[in-house]
Design a binder for this molecule. Structure first.
Ligand SMILES: Cc1ncc(COP(=O)(O)O)c(C=O)c1O
Length: 488
């Protein structure tokens, strides 16, 4: 059976540096060859089309064909007419479990280590792209730094203990503050006992998937989706089942058709990441019904729903759940700032001990000083005030973006759903190439990202994800005018 890897993985598998003296086709040839030799790409893996790979790596299809021709000539790849290009059998290392260093010492690493190593390499090569319109990063200028610093200093002075906290689930003051916020602002039904504080929502979701999935289980993922979630499912050796998203959110029937017995569904119902749509009530009920009938779990990732501009925030899916199937996950990364590394998980009561048991050896507990500071920030009312101010700020950015795109890029870019959240998708007209637009934007210090990177499977839509942060509303017209001049 041919294997297929998520297209997004190829982004980190080969690092293409346009400024390098090594020709682009040679960089791609070497990157793919190394991946095959190291067993990261195994025999029978079907490569994405040259068009998709050209988009992912920001090169021309000709460059890619040159690299492919070389790899085919050397026997690493095999082109089968009418079927595509595959990793050839003869070059696969069996087993793909070991790395050999230059001194010929065997350095065994796990399959998952092999699989995820390219992500690590990518981090090493990560370069700053500038900040305007950064996706998923909150605006730093509007944060009340003085108030926050005062609170942190006060908590630091007060903190007596330097040993491990016994409050592994998080300090009670913060869990209470989060519970009352979620009940009133998000329609979540919970008590502080169900809340676990984690160093970031993603680590909470990792604990959740380790607690709930067995190797070989299937998990629905919205397609497109937040890229890190596929990695979490893969950690567990579980199978990612991409489920399409339309204007009503996750297409539940398509999920049922593809994998009716999946153990888990990951969704962003309030504000789909990245497309920005809201899951309709009918779909919410259908999803909850499927989960209840099939003993499946749902992870609700509610990462930025506080910022809704054309009405009050949509309440959480968790609040509709009568069968305790939803694990609700929230983060302070968007409403405060991401380097804080604090998030939380709201668990069904019967999962609390299972989850805590899995979490302990991984993280013990989140930093208590920051937990105490966030609790005070919430209790003194700064949290809600800050959200209100940010909502106003992002709304002004969104309005300016709509006006600027209509003025400078009409016909080239069509904005997607934009009634909520910290980013908007711009769909590209057929004649525009994603990587050309993204590269042109990055040169202008506009940190947009390609939409197709977030797809786990075709069909993909070409577009860009435009963050609403780190740009003032009155600067937006200028940036968009510059982008238009560069690409039209
Ligand atoms: C959809 C989604 N979920 C979760 C997160 C990350 O949350 P955290 O920073 O708390 O790990 C992000 C961050 O960009 C996100 O976009």
């Amino acid at each position: 059976m041919p294997r297929k890897l998520p297209n997004t993985l190829y982004l980190s598998l080969v690092t293409v540096d346009p400024d390098s003296a090594v020709p682009l086709y040679r960089q791609i040839y070497q990157g793919l060859r190394d991946a095959i030799i190291a067993g990261r790409l195994t025999a029978e893996t079907k490569l994405p089309s040259t068009r998709d790979l050209a988009t992912i790596w920001g090169v021309s299809r000709n460059t890619l064909r040159n690299a492919f021709d070389q790899l085919i000539a050397e026997g690493y790849l095999e082109a089968i007419v009418g079927r595509g290009t595959f990793v050839a059998e003869a070059r696969m290392r069996q087993p793909a479990l070991q790395a050999v260093d230059n001194g010929e010492r065997i350095r065994p690493i796990s399959n998952i280590g092999h699989y995820l190593e390219p992500f690590g390499r990518n981090v090493r090569h990560a370069r700053s792209r500038g900040n305007a319109f950064a996706v998923g990063i909150p605006d730093k200028q509007t944060f009340p730094h003085e108030i926050w610093n005062r609170i942190v200093n006060r908590c630091q002075r007060r903190q007596q203990s330097t040993t491990y906290s016994r409050e592994f689930k998080g300090i009670p003051a913060l869990r209470e503050a989060i519970a009352s916020y979620l009940i009133s602002a998000r329609g979540v039904r919970c008590s502080a006992e169900q809340i676990d504080i984690v160093p970031g929502a993603v680590s909470g979701m990792l604990v959740t998937t380790l607690a709930l999935l067995n190797p070989g289980d299937q998990a629905w993922l919205e397609n497109p989706s937040y890229i890190n979630i596929g990695g979490l499912i893969n950690y567990r050796g579980a199978e990612v089942v991409p489920v399409p998203v339309d204007c009503q959110g996750l297409d539940v029937q398509a999920g049922i058709d593809r994998a009716p017995n999946a153990r888990l569904a990951y969704v962003t119902p309030s504000h789909q990441y990245p497309l920005g749509v809201t899951m309709s009530l009918a779909r919410r009920q259908q999803l909850l019904g499927w989960a209840a009938d099939n003993h499946a779990w749902i992870i609700e990732d509610d990462y930025d729903s506080e910022f809704r501009y054309d009405g009050p925030p949509i309440t959480a899916l968790q609040g509709l759940d009568t069968d305790q199937r939803v694990i609700y996950v929230g983060t302070f990364s968007k409403v405060m700032f991401p380097s804080l590394r604090l998030g939380y998980v709201v668990l069904p009561p019967d999962l609390v001990d299972v989850y805590t048991g899995v979490k302990l050896p991984m993280t013990l507990h989140a930093p208590t000083l920051l937990q105490a500071a966030v609790a005070e920030f919430m209790l003194e009312g700064h949290f809600v005030r800050h959200i209100r101010a940010m909502r106003k700020h992002y709304q002004a950015c969104r309005d300016a973006l709509i006006t600027a795109v209509a003025r400078h890029l009409a016909g080239a870019i069509t904005l997607g759903a934009h009634d909520c959240g910290m980013h908007v998708v711009g769909y590209l007209a057929a004649e525009f190439d994603e990587s050309t637009v993204v590269n042109a934007a990055n040169k202008l210090n506009i940190a947009i990202t390609p939409l197709s990177n977030d797809y786990l499977a075709p069909p993909k839509k070409a577009g860009i994800i435009i963050g609403l942060a780190n740009v003032r509303p009155d600067e937006i017209d200028g940036y968009i005018a510059q982008l238009a001049a560069a690409i039209l």
